[in-house]
Design a protein around this ligand. Structure first.
Ligand SMILES: [Zn+2]
Ligand SMILES: [Zn+2]
Length: 347
């Protein structure tokens, strides 16, 4: 007993001295020097020892605010490729803090033009430009993408000019800061080496156009829904697929929010939340998809609304099949070539 008290007292003294020492400038500098060196010497997390399709979840939230989640964003990587699907608010921070190699980012696929899918195109562009991307960033999407790209290039012209003038044209060549649009049509297939990307119709009516993407690489496949109900196209695309990342709405949770907004007299919120009900995939329809298709794993993202506590999480997870999960920001799915394995991990 005496020994335990002595240890506790010693620990308290060490803790108090440690906290007090943070007030001393030389201690602050010493710690900062050590920590920044350690942080800067870390290399990219994405080590490709073997051929694999890797998926990094850079954002899982919808526009309903969620403090710990970024909005819609999925990164797709192989040893030879790096693309991102959608770029919602906060998602670039996830790419940076997980040290994704944005210097080799090839393009940004956009599913549709709601703000929670395009908000950070300029941030990804800036970050990858600074990191040394060798080509202009391609922004790839359905018709209308050229309008977004023209507008962003115009809006950020002064920003690009300031940065090139300040850091020099060798470091930040002006041509590499300008976005390039690539317009896609439904059914179109893009082939980039061993990576094949198929564009398919999503159902996010009344929003048009809206598409999803299927990625195939070395026998492994990934389907990303974008914002959509479950449709016959979803069933076709997930046939034999390894992983589906799908927009998901928890109808019980949203109904509680609508009821609460009505009771509080918040008629604007009540109307907007009610409108949202019919253009996303209800978790019940995703469970049905799981039962009636042979997709290996389903991960829910673009969560409407994203769970903010254990209670909301439990409601979202009601009757969740074994091969379904609620995605988190900074989650990885690793699909090695020549295997059926899906390795799920968190950064
Ligand atoms: Zn959305
Ligand atoms: Zn949307």
């Amino acid at each position: 007993m005496y020994k335990l008290v002595t240890i506790l007292v010693a620990l308290m003294i060490i803790f108090t001295l440690s906290v007090a020492s943070l007030e001393i400038a030389s201690v602050q500098d010493l710690l900062m020097r050590y920590l920044t060196k350690a942080a800067m010497s870390q290399t990219s997390e994405v080590v490709h020892e073997k051929k694999a399709l890797k998926v990094f979840v850079c954002g899982t939230s919808s526009p309903i605010p969620s403090p710990d989640r970024a909005q819609s964003c999925i990164a797709v990587l192989t040893p030879e490729h790096f693309y991102i699907v959608d770029s919602g608010a906060g998602s670039t921070d996830n790419l940076i803090s997980s040290r994704l190699p944005t210097d080799r980012l090839q393009g940004l696929f956009i599913t549709h033009f709601h703000s929670d899918h395009i908000a950070e195109i300029p941030e990804v562009n800036l970050n990858s430009w600074i990191q040394g991307r060798a080509e202009p960033l391609k922004i790839i999407g359905p018709p209308g993408i050229e309008k977004i790209v023209t507008g962003l290039n115009m809006a950020y012209a002064l920003d690009r000019q300031y940065r090139t003038e300040h850091h020099g044209t060798d470091l930040l060549p002006p041509t590499l800061g300008v976005l390039k649009a690539r317009t896609l049509s439904i059914g179109e297939v893009l082939q980039d080496g061993d990576l094949r990307v198929t564009v398919f119709q999503a159902d996010h009516a009344p929003v048009q156009p809206a598409v999803g993407y299927k990625f195939e690489y070395q026998g492994r496949s990934l389907v990303i829904s974008g914002d959509s109900r479950v449709t016959e196209h979803t069933y076709q695309m997930v046939e034999g697929a390894d992983l589906l990342l799908h927009d998901a709405l928890s109808e019980p949770t949203l109904s509680h929010l609508i009821e609460a907004a009505a009771a509080a007299g918040l008629s604007r919120n009540e109307k907007i939340l009610s409108d949202v009900l019919d253009y996303h995939a209800w978790t019940s329809s995703l469970r049905e998809l799981g039962e009636q298709s042979n997709v290996r794993m389903v991960a829910y993202y673009h969560l409407v609304p994203a769970p903010r506590n254990i209670l909301m999480q439990k409601i979202f997870e009601r009757d969740l099949p074994k091969n379904h999960l609620i995605a988190k920001d900074k989650m990885w799915f690793d699909l090695p070539a020549g295997s059926k394995e899906i390795i799920v991990s968190e950064d």
